[in-house]
Design a binder for this molecule. Sequence first.
Ligand code: AMP
Length: 470
Amino acid sequence: MCGIVGIMDAGGVSFPLYYALYALQHRGQESAGISTFDGTKLCKHKAEGLVADVFTPGILQGLIGTVGVGHVRYPTTGANVPENIQPFNFLFREHAFSIAHNGNLVNTVALRKEYEEKGQIFCTTTDTEVIASIIVDQLANSANIEDAIRICMEKLQGSYAAVVMLDGVLYAFRDPLGIKPLCIGKTREGYMFASESVAIDALNGTLMRDVAPGELVRIDHEGLHSTQIAIAERRAHCVFEFIYFARADSIIDGSLVYDVRRRIGGKLFEEAPADAETVCPVPDSGTAYAIGYSQKSRVPFMESLMKNRYMGRTFIMPTQKERENAVRIKLNPIRKHLEGKSVVLVDDSIVRGTTSRRIIEMMRDFGAREIHARIGSPAIKAPCYLGVDMPTRKELIAASLTEEEVREQITATTLHHISIKELIEAIGINEENLCTGCLTGCYPVKIEGEVANPCRVRFTKSTFQSHLEV
Ligand code: AMP
């Protein structure tokens, strides 16, 4: 899980890239980076930490140019080490090349081996560097980025949304199934690509549309150009983007995430109404769901857990006892709202089950009489190989336990997960066009040792069409 952005704007891009990355901070907190092109060379800065910690006004002023790419990282492939921080920058013959990628390839090992055998060397352990290597290798033969990306996409298996800057031109491409989100926006004096529309909002821009699955889009001084490189029989948008990962105010593949979550909340009430006096979210991930439940049930929405917004990654917890206490510092229950009450507690997902259990125990300590857990995700039964940091089956509480057994573990009075059917209806995209691998254990691409339902992908020979106003 990562956030990517690419901007071309005549007014300069370093501050816009910074604001856009700030809006995408929820997609990765491990590291941040920006590369710009000043007309002759790359200007770049990247480091571990949050966007606000990595950049200063002085650093941003040094990132000169009217085109650039940025990245926030949450590692899924490759360790959390400095050399894996994106964007990756390469000099090739007379060209300057930068890439930022969100997603996870499932054939990284084979591709890396293939290119190592050709004499390619690698500086990182990421799949992103493999993508860059294939493109650069093809550029050497074809001297045409469009063909280089086309051939690269033919080789990649898995999820990828990527932005590439080659000298002063920006490119974005998305895997043929559209697993990870990527959209196009109009800025004041240019255009941009971003993982989520909130990054476009942050720049006062206008969301134009999503990059289509399998599409390659170019932004140059003449505007937008597009070519459909790959055509798949269906799509496989990640359901977890809607459930947890994306910001509620983003519009992804045509759906406002907040609406999806609110609809799921309403459906949670319809599927499993609870006899309760208040509806309380686990902030902030459960809020839109809880509002939906409250609106449908007419049970009052009442925040009974207050979140400390300032608890960052640097929070120091030297002892186990203090670590256990951390949940109290992060979430403080309001005794007056809980004492003697029957409460519907709404959250987006249960992964390992430890968070829900701690919260429920804490609410009981503060006097709650009954706690009815309602979860916006169906039971998570299988790991994700396509870009969401999801643990192994052994660690996933619902992989081996029934809903009743999970209820017992988390000590809730009752527990209900939304059904897959209602989740899909709430998202508003047909089931065959969604990736539900973490819920069903059946994946849209072939993964060794797992069940898959892959679809045919056809690669075209089309060339760029100008879309000045797509
Ligand atoms: P747990 O059941 O203790 O593993 O934690 C589940 C909570 O973590 C949920 O309430 C989510 O808000 C959050 N969560 C779900 N998926 C992820 C993820 N891939 N990375 C980080 N947090 C997550």
